[in-house]
Write a protein of this length. Structure first.
Lengths: 221, 218
Protein backbone atom coordinates (compact mmCIF):
# COMPACT_ATOMS: atom_id res chain seq x y z
CA UNK A 1 0.00 0.00 0.00
CA UNK A 2 2.76 2.43 0.94
CA UNK A 3 4.64 1.36 -2.17
CA UNK A 4 1.58 2.14 -4.30
CA UNK A 5 1.23 5.59 -2.72
CA UNK A 6 4.93 6.22 -3.21
CA UNK A 7 4.64 5.37 -6.89
CA UNK A 8 1.51 7.50 -7.28
CA UNK A 9 3.27 10.50 -5.72
CA UNK A 10 6.27 10.10 -8.00
CA UNK A 11 4.09 9.73 -11.09
CA UNK A 12 2.11 12.87 -10.24
CA UNK A 13 5.30 14.82 -9.57
CA UNK A 14 6.79 13.60 -12.85
CA UNK A 15 3.79 14.57 -14.94
CA UNK A 16 4.10 18.18 -13.77
CA UNK A 17 7.89 18.16 -14.01
CA UNK A 18 9.55 18.90 -17.33
CA UNK A 19 7.61 18.76 -20.57
CA UNK A 20 4.38 19.95 -18.92
CA UNK A 21 2.26 16.95 -19.94
CA UNK A 22 -1.12 18.29 -18.74
CA UNK A 23 -0.54 21.80 -20.10
CA UNK A 24 0.47 20.47 -23.49
CA UNK A 25 -2.61 18.27 -23.77
CA UNK A 26 -4.93 21.06 -22.58
CA UNK A 27 -3.37 23.46 -25.06
CA UNK A 28 -3.98 20.95 -27.84
CA UNK A 29 -7.60 20.55 -26.79
CA UNK A 30 -8.14 24.31 -26.74
CA UNK A 31 -6.55 24.85 -30.13
CA UNK A 32 -8.88 22.24 -31.60
CA UNK A 33 -11.74 24.17 -30.06
CA UNK A 34 -10.55 27.30 -31.85
CA UNK A 35 -9.87 25.66 -35.20
CA UNK A 36 -13.19 23.85 -35.62
CA UNK A 37 -15.54 26.88 -35.39
CA UNK A 38 -13.20 28.90 -37.62
CA UNK A 39 -13.09 26.13 -40.20
CA UNK A 40 -16.78 25.23 -40.08
CA UNK A 41 -18.07 28.76 -40.61
CA UNK A 42 -20.34 31.01 -38.60
CA UNK A 43 -23.53 28.86 -38.58
CA UNK A 44 -23.71 28.36 -34.82
CA UNK A 45 -26.87 26.22 -34.93
CA UNK A 46 -25.15 23.71 -37.22
CA UNK A 47 -22.09 23.66 -35.01
CA UNK A 48 -24.17 23.10 -31.86
CA UNK A 49 -25.68 20.07 -33.56
CA UNK A 50 -22.20 18.57 -34.00
CA UNK A 51 -20.84 19.81 -30.67
CA UNK A 52 -21.13 16.55 -28.64
CA UNK A 53 -19.25 14.56 -31.27
CA UNK A 54 -16.60 17.27 -31.75
CA UNK A 55 -15.95 17.61 -28.03
CA UNK A 56 -15.43 13.87 -27.73
CA UNK A 57 -13.20 13.80 -30.79
CA UNK A 58 -11.04 16.54 -29.24
CA UNK A 59 -10.92 14.76 -25.88
CA UNK A 60 -9.88 11.43 -27.36
CA UNK A 61 -7.16 12.97 -29.54
CA UNK A 62 -5.78 15.04 -26.67
CA UNK A 63 -5.67 11.93 -24.45
CA UNK A 64 -3.90 10.01 -27.20
CA UNK A 65 -1.23 12.69 -27.44
CA UNK A 66 0.00 12.08 -23.89
CA UNK A 67 0.14 8.29 -23.92
CA UNK A 68 3.58 7.74 -25.39
CA UNK A 69 5.24 9.01 -22.22
CA UNK A 70 3.33 6.65 -19.95
CA UNK A 71 5.87 3.80 -19.98
CA UNK A 72 8.51 4.72 -22.56
CA UNK A 73 10.68 6.95 -20.34
CA UNK A 74 10.55 4.37 -17.54
CA UNK A 75 11.63 1.72 -20.01
CA UNK A 76 14.54 3.78 -21.32
CA UNK A 77 15.99 4.79 -17.98
CA UNK A 78 15.61 1.44 -16.20
CA UNK A 79 12.79 2.43 -13.85
CA UNK A 80 10.71 -0.48 -15.14
CA UNK A 81 13.37 -2.91 -13.90
CA UNK A 82 13.25 -1.34 -10.47
CA UNK A 83 9.46 -1.48 -10.45
CA UNK A 84 9.55 -5.13 -11.52
CA UNK A 85 11.79 -5.97 -8.58
CA UNK A 86 9.49 -4.29 -6.07
CA UNK A 87 6.77 -5.88 -4.00
CA UNK A 88 3.86 -4.76 -6.19
CA UNK A 89 2.42 -6.98 -8.90
CA UNK A 90 2.69 -5.73 -12.49
CA UNK A 91 -1.08 -5.27 -12.54
CA UNK A 92 -0.90 -2.88 -9.58
CA UNK A 93 1.97 -0.95 -11.16
CA UNK A 94 -0.07 -0.48 -14.35
CA UNK A 95 -3.17 0.45 -12.33
CA UNK A 96 -1.31 3.08 -10.32
CA UNK A 97 0.36 4.58 -13.38
CA UNK A 98 -2.96 4.75 -15.23
CA UNK A 99 -4.73 6.33 -12.27
CA UNK A 100 -2.03 8.96 -11.96
CA UNK A 101 -2.35 9.62 -15.71
CA UNK A 102 -6.06 10.22 -15.18
CA UNK A 103 -5.53 12.45 -12.14
CA UNK A 104 -2.78 14.51 -13.71
CA UNK A 105 -3.97 14.68 -17.33
CA UNK A 106 -7.41 13.11 -17.75
CA UNK A 107 -9.21 15.26 -15.19
CA UNK A 108 -7.71 18.59 -16.37
CA UNK A 109 -8.66 17.59 -19.93
CA UNK A 110 -12.20 16.75 -18.81
CA UNK A 111 -12.50 20.20 -17.20
CA UNK A 112 -11.07 21.77 -20.33
CA UNK A 113 -13.91 20.27 -22.39
CA UNK A 114 -16.23 22.81 -20.76
CA UNK A 115 -14.83 25.90 -22.52
CA UNK A 116 -14.58 23.79 -25.67
CA UNK A 117 -18.26 22.85 -25.36
CA UNK A 118 -19.21 26.49 -24.86
CA UNK A 119 -17.21 27.64 -27.87
CA UNK A 120 -18.94 25.00 -30.00
CA UNK A 121 -22.34 26.25 -28.90
CA UNK A 122 -23.36 23.51 -26.49
CA UNK A 123 -26.35 24.56 -24.36
CA UNK A 124 -25.21 25.76 -20.88
CA UNK A 125 -27.62 23.30 -19.26
CA UNK A 126 -25.61 20.44 -20.78
CA UNK A 127 -22.29 21.41 -19.22
CA UNK A 128 -22.70 19.38 -15.97
CA UNK A 129 -23.44 16.25 -17.97
CA UNK A 130 -20.50 17.05 -20.26
CA UNK A 131 -18.15 17.34 -17.27
CA UNK A 132 -19.38 14.05 -15.82
CA UNK A 133 -19.19 12.05 -19.06
CA UNK A 134 -15.83 13.60 -20.01
CA UNK A 135 -14.37 12.66 -16.62
CA UNK A 136 -15.57 9.06 -16.99
CA UNK A 137 -14.50 8.91 -20.61
CA UNK A 138 -11.04 10.23 -19.77
CA UNK A 139 -10.71 7.41 -17.22
CA UNK A 140 -11.64 4.86 -19.88
CA UNK A 141 -9.14 6.50 -22.27
CA UNK A 142 -6.40 6.30 -19.62
CA UNK A 143 -6.99 2.58 -19.05
CA UNK A 144 -7.16 1.71 -22.76
CA UNK A 145 -4.19 3.99 -23.32
CA UNK A 146 -2.23 2.15 -20.64
CA UNK A 147 -2.83 -1.06 -22.56
CA UNK A 148 -1.62 0.49 -25.82
CA UNK A 149 1.38 2.19 -24.25
CA UNK A 150 2.47 -1.01 -22.47
CA UNK A 151 2.19 -3.05 -25.67
CA UNK A 152 4.22 -0.45 -27.58
CA UNK A 153 7.11 -0.34 -25.08
CA UNK A 154 10.42 -0.31 -26.90
CA UNK A 155 8.85 -0.09 -30.36
CA UNK A 156 10.22 2.38 -32.88
CA UNK A 157 7.51 4.88 -33.84
CA UNK A 158 5.77 3.85 -30.62
CA UNK A 159 3.40 6.81 -30.71
CA UNK A 160 1.96 5.76 -34.05
CA UNK A 161 1.62 2.16 -32.91
CA UNK A 162 -0.23 3.29 -29.79
CA UNK A 163 -2.65 5.31 -31.93
CA UNK A 164 -3.38 2.32 -34.15
CA UNK A 165 -3.94 0.00 -31.17
CA UNK A 166 -5.89 2.43 -29.07
CA UNK A 167 -8.12 4.53 -31.35
CA UNK A 168 -10.52 1.67 -32.24
CA UNK A 169 -10.82 0.91 -28.52
CA UNK A 170 -11.70 4.57 -27.88
CA UNK A 171 -14.87 4.18 -29.98
CA UNK A 172 -17.32 2.79 -27.39
CA UNK A 173 -16.76 5.57 -24.81
CA UNK A 174 -16.99 8.16 -27.60
CA UNK A 175 -20.27 6.67 -28.86
CA UNK A 176 -21.95 6.49 -25.46
CA UNK A 177 -20.46 9.71 -24.07
CA UNK A 178 -21.57 11.76 -27.06
CA UNK A 179 -24.79 9.73 -27.12
CA UNK A 180 -25.67 10.83 -23.59
CA UNK A 181 -25.26 14.48 -24.60
CA UNK A 182 -27.34 14.03 -27.78
CA UNK A 183 -30.08 12.26 -25.83
CA UNK A 184 -30.23 15.10 -23.33
CA UNK A 185 -30.31 17.72 -26.09
CA UNK A 186 -33.24 15.92 -27.71
CA UNK A 187 -35.14 15.77 -24.43
CA UNK A 188 -34.64 12.06 -23.80
CA UNK A 189 -33.09 10.61 -20.66
CA UNK A 190 -29.28 10.37 -20.86
CA UNK A 191 -29.29 7.59 -18.23
CA UNK A 192 -29.04 4.55 -20.59
CA UNK A 193 -26.09 5.99 -22.49
CA UNK A 194 -24.49 7.03 -19.22
CA UNK A 195 -24.86 3.52 -17.82
CA UNK A 196 -23.23 2.10 -20.95
CA UNK A 197 -20.40 4.62 -20.65
CA UNK A 198 -19.79 3.48 -17.07
CA UNK A 199 -19.82 -0.14 -18.26
CA UNK A 200 -17.26 0.74 -20.95
CA UNK A 201 -15.05 2.36 -18.34
CA UNK A 202 -15.19 -0.72 -16.11
CA UNK A 203 -14.39 -3.05 -18.99
CA UNK A 204 -11.50 -0.78 -20.00
CA UNK A 205 -10.22 -0.90 -16.41
CA UNK A 206 -10.13 -4.70 -16.30
CA UNK A 207 -8.72 -5.22 -19.77
CA UNK A 208 -6.32 -2.29 -19.55
CA UNK A 209 -4.77 -3.50 -16.31
CA UNK A 210 -4.47 -7.16 -17.33
CA UNK A 211 -3.20 -6.51 -20.85
CA UNK A 212 -0.97 -3.68 -19.66
CA UNK A 213 0.72 -5.99 -17.14
CA UNK A 214 1.23 -8.56 -19.91
CA UNK A 215 2.79 -5.79 -22.00
CA UNK A 216 5.19 -4.91 -19.17
CA UNK A 217 6.23 -8.55 -18.82
CA UNK A 218 6.68 -8.79 -22.57
CA UNK A 219 8.96 -5.75 -22.60
CA UNK A 220 11.50 -7.57 -20.43
CA UNK A 221 12.51 -10.21 -22.93
CA UNK B 1 6.69 -4.70 14.83
CA UNK B 2 8.88 -3.12 12.23
CA UNK B 3 12.01 -3.45 14.36
CA UNK B 4 11.20 -7.04 15.14
CA UNK B 5 10.66 -8.03 11.55
CA UNK B 6 13.83 -6.22 10.57
CA UNK B 7 15.94 -8.06 13.16
CA UNK B 8 14.35 -11.28 11.98
CA UNK B 9 15.33 -10.34 8.46
CA UNK B 10 18.89 -9.86 9.56
CA UNK B 11 19.06 -13.13 11.46
CA UNK B 12 17.48 -14.94 8.55
CA UNK B 13 19.32 -13.12 5.81
CA UNK B 14 21.67 -16.02 5.11
CA UNK B 15 20.47 -16.58 1.61
CA UNK B 16 22.27 -18.61 -1.04
CA UNK B 17 21.73 -18.47 -4.80
CA UNK B 18 22.34 -21.42 -7.04
CA UNK B 19 22.15 -21.62 -10.81
CA UNK B 20 21.78 -25.05 -12.33
CA UNK B 21 22.55 -25.89 -15.93
CA UNK B 22 21.44 -22.46 -17.10
CA UNK B 23 21.15 -21.62 -20.79
CA UNK B 24 20.27 -18.18 -22.07
CA UNK B 25 19.39 -17.15 -25.57
CA UNK B 26 18.97 -13.63 -26.93
CA UNK B 27 17.37 -13.48 -30.34
CA UNK B 28 18.77 -16.42 -32.32
CA UNK B 29 22.10 -16.53 -30.49
CA UNK B 30 22.75 -18.78 -27.50
CA UNK B 31 24.86 -16.74 -25.10
CA UNK B 32 25.86 -19.61 -22.85
CA UNK B 33 24.59 -23.00 -21.79
CA UNK B 34 25.25 -25.48 -19.02
CA UNK B 35 26.21 -22.75 -16.55
CA UNK B 36 26.17 -24.04 -12.99
CA UNK B 37 27.17 -21.85 -10.08
CA UNK B 38 26.33 -21.51 -6.44
CA UNK B 39 27.02 -18.48 -4.29
CA UNK B 40 26.63 -18.77 -0.55
CA UNK B 41 26.29 -16.17 2.21
CA UNK B 42 29.43 -14.08 2.63
CA UNK B 43 30.70 -15.02 -0.80
CA UNK B 44 31.58 -12.84 -3.77
CA UNK B 45 31.68 -14.20 -7.31
CA UNK B 46 32.78 -12.18 -10.31
CA UNK B 47 31.52 -12.99 -13.79
CA UNK B 48 34.13 -12.43 -16.46
CA UNK B 49 33.92 -12.64 -20.20
CA UNK B 50 34.21 -10.64 -23.39
CA UNK B 51 31.78 -7.85 -24.29
CA UNK B 52 28.50 -9.42 -25.26
CA UNK B 53 29.34 -12.74 -23.60
CA UNK B 54 26.14 -12.58 -21.56
CA UNK B 55 27.26 -11.31 -18.17
CA UNK B 56 24.54 -8.70 -17.90
CA UNK B 57 21.95 -11.12 -19.28
CA UNK B 58 22.94 -13.64 -16.63
CA UNK B 59 22.38 -11.06 -13.90
CA UNK B 60 18.98 -10.21 -15.39
CA UNK B 61 18.06 -13.90 -15.48
CA UNK B 62 18.94 -14.23 -11.80
CA UNK B 63 16.84 -11.14 -11.09
CA UNK B 64 13.94 -12.67 -12.99
CA UNK B 65 13.87 -9.93 -15.63
CA UNK B 66 14.81 -12.31 -18.44
CA UNK B 67 13.60 -15.86 -18.96
CA UNK B 68 16.19 -18.60 -19.32
CA UNK B 69 16.07 -21.12 -22.13
CA UNK B 70 16.63 -24.00 -19.72
CA UNK B 71 17.95 -24.66 -16.24
CA UNK B 72 16.86 -22.96 -13.07
CA UNK B 73 17.74 -20.31 -10.53
CA UNK B 74 17.19 -21.27 -6.90
CA UNK B 75 17.17 -19.18 -3.74
CA UNK B 76 17.70 -20.96 -0.45
CA UNK B 77 17.73 -19.90 3.16
CA UNK B 78 19.35 -22.40 5.53
CA UNK B 79 18.78 -25.20 3.00
CA UNK B 80 15.08 -24.33 2.61
CA UNK B 81 14.09 -23.27 -0.90
CA UNK B 82 12.44 -19.84 -1.13
CA UNK B 83 9.71 -18.79 -3.50
CA UNK B 84 11.72 -17.13 -6.32
CA UNK B 85 9.26 -14.29 -6.86
CA UNK B 86 9.25 -13.35 -3.20
CA UNK B 87 13.02 -13.75 -2.85
CA UNK B 88 13.49 -11.37 -5.79
CA UNK B 89 11.02 -8.83 -4.45
CA UNK B 90 12.37 -8.78 -0.90
CA UNK B 91 15.96 -10.00 -0.77
CA UNK B 92 17.60 -8.88 -4.01
CA UNK B 93 19.15 -5.71 -5.39
CA UNK B 94 20.11 -5.33 -9.03
CA UNK B 95 22.45 -2.50 -9.94
CA UNK B 96 22.55 -2.29 -13.71
CA UNK B 97 23.76 0.17 -16.31
CA UNK B 98 20.43 1.92 -16.14
CA UNK B 99 19.84 3.21 -12.66
CA UNK B 100 16.22 4.29 -12.99
CA UNK B 101 16.92 7.92 -12.05
CA UNK B 102 14.84 10.46 -13.98
CA UNK B 103 17.21 13.17 -15.13
CA UNK B 104 14.87 16.09 -14.46
CA UNK B 105 14.26 15.37 -10.79
CA UNK B 106 16.55 16.09 -7.86
CA UNK B 107 18.87 13.40 -6.55
CA UNK B 108 17.12 13.64 -3.15
CA UNK B 109 13.65 12.96 -4.61
CA UNK B 110 14.82 10.08 -6.76
CA UNK B 111 16.86 8.42 -4.02
CA UNK B 112 13.99 8.78 -1.55
CA UNK B 113 11.64 7.09 -4.03
CA UNK B 114 13.99 4.20 -4.72
CA UNK B 115 14.77 3.65 -1.05
CA UNK B 116 11.08 3.80 -0.14
CA UNK B 117 10.21 1.46 -3.00
CA UNK B 118 12.70 -1.08 -1.58
CA UNK B 119 11.28 -0.57 1.95
CA UNK B 120 14.33 1.24 3.31
CA UNK B 121 14.00 3.77 6.12
CA UNK B 122 14.80 7.48 6.15
CA UNK B 123 17.47 6.98 8.84
CA UNK B 124 19.17 4.27 6.81
CA UNK B 125 19.08 6.61 3.82
CA UNK B 126 20.82 9.35 5.82
CA UNK B 127 23.49 6.86 6.82
CA UNK B 128 23.97 5.78 3.21
CA UNK B 129 24.18 9.39 2.04
CA UNK B 130 26.91 10.07 4.59
CA UNK B 131 28.82 6.87 3.77
CA UNK B 132 28.85 7.67 0.05
CA UNK B 133 29.52 11.39 0.44
CA UNK B 134 26.34 12.44 -1.35
CA UNK B 135 25.05 15.18 0.97
CA UNK B 136 26.20 18.03 -1.25
CA UNK B 137 24.75 16.39 -4.38
CA UNK B 138 21.23 15.72 -3.12
CA UNK B 139 19.69 19.11 -4.08
CA UNK B 140 21.01 18.83 -7.64
CA UNK B 141 19.04 17.53 -10.60
CA UNK B 142 20.18 14.06 -11.59
CA UNK B 143 21.15 15.30 -15.07
CA UNK B 144 23.88 17.46 -13.48
CA UNK B 145 25.64 14.54 -11.79
CA UNK B 146 28.70 12.92 -13.33
CA UNK B 147 28.65 9.22 -14.16
CA UNK B 148 30.60 8.40 -10.99
CA UNK B 149 28.33 10.52 -8.80
CA UNK B 150 25.29 8.85 -10.33
CA UNK B 151 26.71 5.45 -9.60
CA UNK B 152 27.30 6.43 -5.96
CA UNK B 153 23.71 7.62 -5.79
CA UNK B 154 22.57 4.25 -7.13
CA UNK B 155 24.76 2.44 -4.60
CA UNK B 156 23.09 4.43 -1.80
CA UNK B 157 19.88 2.47 -2.47
CA UNK B 158 21.73 -0.79 -1.75
CA UNK B 159 22.98 0.56 1.57
CA UNK B 160 19.74 2.20 2.66
CA UNK B 161 17.54 -0.83 2.00
CA UNK B 162 19.58 -3.79 3.28
CA UNK B 163 19.03 -6.91 1.20
CA UNK B 164 21.36 -9.91 1.15
CA UNK B 165 21.68 -10.54 -2.60
CA UNK B 166 23.56 -7.92 -4.59
CA UNK B 167 23.69 -8.33 -8.36
CA UNK B 168 26.10 -5.71 -9.68
CA UNK B 169 26.80 -4.92 -13.31
CA UNK B 170 30.25 -3.33 -13.54
CA UNK B 171 29.74 -1.55 -10.24
CA UNK B 172 33.11 0.20 -10.18
CA UNK B 173 33.63 1.23 -13.80
CA UNK B 174 32.66 4.93 -13.54
CA UNK B 175 34.23 5.45 -10.09
CA UNK B 176 37.59 7.09 -9.36
CA UNK B 177 40.36 5.31 -7.43
CA UNK B 178 39.28 6.61 -4.04
CA UNK B 179 35.66 5.56 -4.44
CA UNK B 180 36.62 2.20 -5.90
CA UNK B 181 38.43 1.48 -2.64
CA UNK B 182 35.55 2.82 -0.55
CA UNK B 183 32.96 0.78 -2.44
CA UNK B 184 35.23 -2.24 -2.10
CA UNK B 185 35.06 -1.75 1.68
CA UNK B 186 31.28 -1.39 1.51
CA UNK B 187 31.06 -4.70 -0.35
CA UNK B 188 33.32 -6.38 2.19
CA UNK B 189 31.11 -5.15 5.01
CA UNK B 190 28.11 -6.52 3.11
CA UNK B 191 29.79 -9.93 2.85
CA UNK B 192 30.71 -9.92 6.52
CA UNK B 193 27.06 -9.29 7.33
CA UNK B 194 26.12 -12.50 5.54
CA UNK B 195 25.28 -10.98 2.17
CA UNK B 196 26.47 -12.21 -1.18
CA UNK B 197 27.74 -10.41 -4.26
CA UNK B 198 27.46 -11.55 -7.87
CA UNK B 199 29.18 -9.00 -10.06
CA UNK B 200 29.92 -8.69 -13.76
CA UNK B 201 33.30 -7.02 -14.12
CA UNK B 202 36.18 -6.29 -16.46
CA UNK B 203 38.60 -5.06 -13.79
CA UNK B 204 38.97 -7.27 -10.70
CA UNK B 205 37.11 -6.26 -7.55
CA UNK B 206 39.27 -4.98 -4.65
CA UNK B 207 38.29 -7.96 -2.49
CA UNK B 208 38.76 -11.72 -2.56
CA UNK B 209 36.27 -13.26 -4.99
CA UNK B 210 35.80 -16.42 -6.97
CA UNK B 211 35.78 -16.07 -10.73
CA UNK B 212 33.19 -17.56 -13.04
CA UNK B 213 33.84 -17.20 -16.76
CA UNK B 214 30.74 -16.62 -18.89
CA UNK B 215 30.31 -17.21 -22.60
CA UNK B 216 32.22 -19.24 -25.09
CA UNK B 217 35.23 -19.48 -22.78
CA UNK B 218 33.07 -21.24 -20.20
Amino acid sequence: MTAALLLLRRELALSWNGGGGPLLACGFLLSLAVIVPLGAGPRLDQLAHLAPGLVWLALSLASLLTLERLFERDFEDGTLDLLALGSLADEVVVGVKVLSHWLAIGLPLALMTLPVGISLGLAPGQLPLLALTAGLGALAFSFTGGLGAALAIGARKGGLLIAVIVLPLFLPPVIFGAGALVAQAEGRSPAPALALLIACTLVAAVIGVLAGAAGLRGSRT
Amino acid sequence: MDIESRSQDRAGSMIAVSLKDLAVRRGDRTLFEGLTLSVGPGEAVVLTGANGAGKSSLLRVVAGLLPSLSGEVRFERGGQPLDPAEARARHLHLLGHQDGFRSGRTAADELAFQVGWCSGTAEAMEGAVRRLGLAALLPLEVRRLSAGQRRRLALARLLAAPRPIWLLDEPLSPLDARWRAEVGQIMEAHLEGGGLVLAAVHDPLPLPARTCPVGEAA
